[in-house]
Design a protein around this ligand. Sequence first.
Ligand SMILES: Nc1ncnc2c1ncn2[C@@H]1O[C@H](COP(=O)(O)OP(=O)(O)OP(=O)(O)O)[C@@H](O)[C@H]1O
Ligand SMILES: [Mg+2]
Length: 197
Amino acid sequence: MPHPHPHPAPTGTAGDERGAIELRGIWKWFGDPSAPVLREISFRIPAGSFVSVIGASGCGKSTMLRMMGDLAQPSRGEVLTGGHPVSQARQAHEIGFVFQAANLCAWRSVRRNVELPLEAMKVGRAERRERALAELDRVGLAAAVNQYPAELSGGMAQRVAIARSLVTEPPIVLMDEPFGALDEITRDRLNLDLHEL
Ligand SMILES: Nc1ncnc2c1ncn2[C@@H]1O[C@H](COP(=O)(O)OP(=O)(O)OP(=O)(O)O)[C@@H](O)[C@H]1O
Ligand SMILES: [Mg+2]
């Protein structure tokens, strides 16, 4: 069973419920209700926290994360963000995702991949460009903005995926083993960079 350890931010996020996320009595089963993957999971993550979920393969981490992002529905129980159902937050583009595979659009440049969520939010062209470039600079990819996904290393592609998830400044970012497919040295470095970000 995954057991989260929230580390509340040192500075005042109290009162800002936007980034808080709460699981209430979550159960999940696939097919057979007598063999649930998750049973009775309840916890609350305060806004401004950085939380890692650790557990053996197959224990239900991805399943839980998907429900926290409204990508799957609990069999029983509910997920709330800022006191509202998590579906509202997802529809309002308030949740960023990063998965094990970068899932970039091969025909779009690095910059235009990062602009994609801003396009979905109808942000104007000049602002899109400016925000995508600023985000790519933050993840150390200023020199690669005009490259295409096929020209990137695995670590660079994951950085693009992270920039894409952060460019809308969502109050919640969910990451499922974002560096799991990379070699150990790159993974360690990106994990450190992620804390900086
Ligand atoms: N769509 C599905 N249909 C049926 N069973 C599923 C489905 N998704 C997940 N499961 C089962 O739920 C259990 C938990 O899977 P999950 O992917 O959440 O594990 P995990 O903790 O993320 O593992 P890993 O560390 O290997 O990524 C597994 O037994 C898996 O087979
Ligand atoms: Mg998983």
